[in-house]
Ligand binder design. Sequence first.
Ligand SMILES: O=P(O)(O)OC[C@H]1O[C@H](OP(=O)(O)OP(=O)(O)O)[C@H](O)[C@@H]1O
Ligand SMILES: Nc1ncnc2[nH]cnc12
Length: 191
Amino acid sequence: MSDTLSIDTPAAPDTEALRARVREAIRSVPDFPKEGILFRDITPVLADAELFRAASALHHSHVADLAEQVDVIVGMESRGFLFGPILAQQLGAAFVPARKPGKLPAATVEERYALEYGENALQMHADAFAEGARVLVVDDLLATGGTAAATGRLIERLGGTVLAYLFLIELDFLNGREVLGGARVEAVLHF
Ligand SMILES: O=P(O)(O)OC[C@H]1O[C@H](OP(=O)(O)OP(=O)(O)O)[C@H](O)[C@@H]1O
Ligand SMILES: Nc1ncnc2[nH]cnc12
């Protein structure tokens, strides 16, 4: 990996080598959290400073063209909190969390959803951003798309426009992007 690769800059010319190294570091754990689920664990990427930086730079490279347009990054609890704030700093955008129920202190809006291994809900503060904000949704992984679609619904209820959804990993076989209403969907890695 290039020593000069920075979270502030798009990925260097050796992008494919970096992509392969990040991919190899992702640990696949069978039957977690339920039987039949193959869990894609990103913690080995986070635990390696070079790989975490590479993953962040690759993430950024997929949406660099939106830098002038994005007002707000929305990241979903909890793994969207690992990548969303970094990208917000790279793009000069605000960061807004979408949180699991009961965590946000002020008035909220809520959407329920089903995901690959259960059901849950996400909330956002009702005053999270100004009406008309242009939003980029960031999470680590797209599976069925239930989580991302619920986040998109929250953003629209608050008067925002979703410019794109960005993930580190997309599980292609679950066709999650099909529930995202034809929106732009970017993923660094496909499994
Ligand atoms: O596309 P879907 O089927 O909706 O699944 C994707 C979601 O599942 C995981 O989050 P999880 O709810 O496990 O929460 P966590 O980030 O707190 O582990 C992942 O981080 C995504 O947010
Ligand atoms: N297979 C999977 N691995 C990691 N996170 C997930 N979220 C939903 N499905 C997942």
